[in-house]
Design a protein around this ligand. Structure first.
Ligand code: HEM
Length: 401
């Protein structure tokens, strides 16, 4: 089979779904030489491997780089790896459990429910601003400021500092794309140094003057029982700030572009014929904002007759899993009323998205406000996709109310 997977090609990024169909038809695990990974395209496998403890987001809780047959990253990249490696998402085992338990308290459905009025108010204000101006870029006017404001508020980042967050996050997230180049690494390292320094200072200030925010809560946990190191605290804050908006931004913008291309479905949604929460899940499935997540293989496994040895890396293709006909009826069809929808957009297993209830609230608020307050919303022109494949989103989405 010719390898249809080409994450660096604009055509593939714009529409990876035909390539995924070819991969699924061709087998359950495909060696991809350019990134030295096995690509896993089926829903059943992605879902099972996310829950399989023989795989992990890191191997460093069990092996050194050398024991695992890997070369350590270059010393110049260390600030990025130190920052990334001590956040919740890139820890495994007892460290992951300990930090997740602490942070999870801030993201229970009940805590998130309390944010509801604020989130709806911000969404309404942003949409009203866009309408008053006669339209603009949905990304910068609504999709981005809403989740940034919410997560920054939760962490207690002063409003005047919020413009710093997006560029730092974007520079760091560049490293999550496949085979990042040296320039991407240089920018990620610079952002890691600045972002860490910023948070250390914020933490020092909050220690002297605690507030009703998550940073103060983490400091209290750290100071009382030494349950969180200083580095873990900084890394987890950065993770929350980045994970707390990147995918929500893209789900909003990609989701509206999908709706615009399905006018009958959009009309049904506007008419209230489909529950908004069901529609949001379908948009997450149909055009998954985070297309792929990787796992290290910590003990040999077998996928569809292929032995994948310890030390290998697998790339779980979420975007493909969510279009797998073995799991979803007519998977390429957008069906906003789809009832049976076990998509893997938020992952599964121990790293299942901690922010899923918050993301769902934000998406319901922004889609709801746009449907209600901008009932004639339409695109101005066809948008372009940004080059990234893993975190996949449009460059902009110009709309008129
Ligand atoms: C539509 C929006 C979102 C999507 C699609 C999404 C998706 C995901 C996925 C797939 C994972 C698991 C990655 C893996 O298994 O390797 C994850 C983890 C995570 N997400 Fe989200 N996410 C979204 C919004 C949010 C928000 C708003 C927050 C808020 C803080 C958040 C915080 C996190 C955290 C902290 C983790 C790491 C959990 C852990 O390792 O235990 N996410 N997310």
């Amino acid at each position: 089979m010719e390898m249809p997977f080409d994450p660096w090609s604009p055509g593939f990024v714009a529409d990876p779904y035909p390539a995924y169909a070819a991969l699924r038809a061709g087998g359950r695990a495909h060696w991809f030489a350019p990134t030295r990974q096995y690509l896993v395209p089926h829903h059943a496998d992605v879902s099972a491997l996310l829950r399989d403890r023989r795989l992990g987001r890191t191997y460093l809780h069990r092996f050194t780089h050398e024991e695992f047959g890997r070369t350590p990253p270059p010393a110049a990249h260390e600030p990025f790896h130190v920052l990334n490696g001590h956040g919740l998402l890139d820890l495994e085992g007892p460290d992951h459990t300990r930090i997740r338990r602490l942070v999870a308290k801030a993201f229970t459905p009940r805590t998130v429910e309390r944010l509801e009025p604020v989130v709806h108010r911000i969404a309404a204000e942003l949409v009203d601003g866009l309408v008053a101006d006669g339209g603009g870029d949905l990304l910068t006017r609504v999709a981005e400021p809403l989740p940034v404001a919410v997560i920054a508020e939760m962490l207690g980042i002063p409003a005047s500092d919020r413009p710093l967050l997006r560029p730092w996050s974007a520079a760091i997230c560049g490293m999550f794309e496949l085979n990042p180049d040296e320039e991407t690494a240089r920018r990620a390292v610079a952002a890691s140094v600045e972002f860490s320094a910023y948070l250390r200072e914020l933490i020092a200030r909050r220690r002297g003057e605690p507030g009703d925010d998550l940073v103060s809560a983490l400091i209290a946990a750290h100071d009382e029982g030494d349950r969180l190191t200083g580095q873990e605290m900084v890394s987890t804050c950065v993770l929350l700030l980045n994970a707390g908006h990147e995918a929500t931004v893209n789900t909003t913008v990609n989701g509206w572009w999908t709706l615009f291309r399905h006018p009958e479905q959009l009309a049904a949604l506007r008419a209230g014929e489909v529950p908004l929460s069901t529609a949001v899940e379908e948009l997450l499935r149909h055009d998954t904002p985070l297309q792929m997540f990787e796992r290290w293989v910590l003990d040999d496994i077998e996928i569809g007759g292929v032995t994948v040895e310890r030390g290998s890396e697998v790339a779980l293709l979420f975007g493909s899993a969510n279009r797998d006909p073995a799991r979803f009826d007519d998977p390429d069809r957008l069906d906003l009323a789809r009832a049976d929808n076990p998509h893997v957009g938020f992952g599964a297993g121990v790293h299942y998205c901690l922010g899923a209830p918050l993301a769902r609230l934000e998406l319901a608020a922004s889609f709801g406000a746009l449907l209600e307050r901008a009932p004639g919303l339409r695109p101005v022109r066809e948008p372009r996709w940004r080059p990234g494949y893993v975190i996949r989103g449009l460059e902009e989405l110009l709309v008129t109310p």
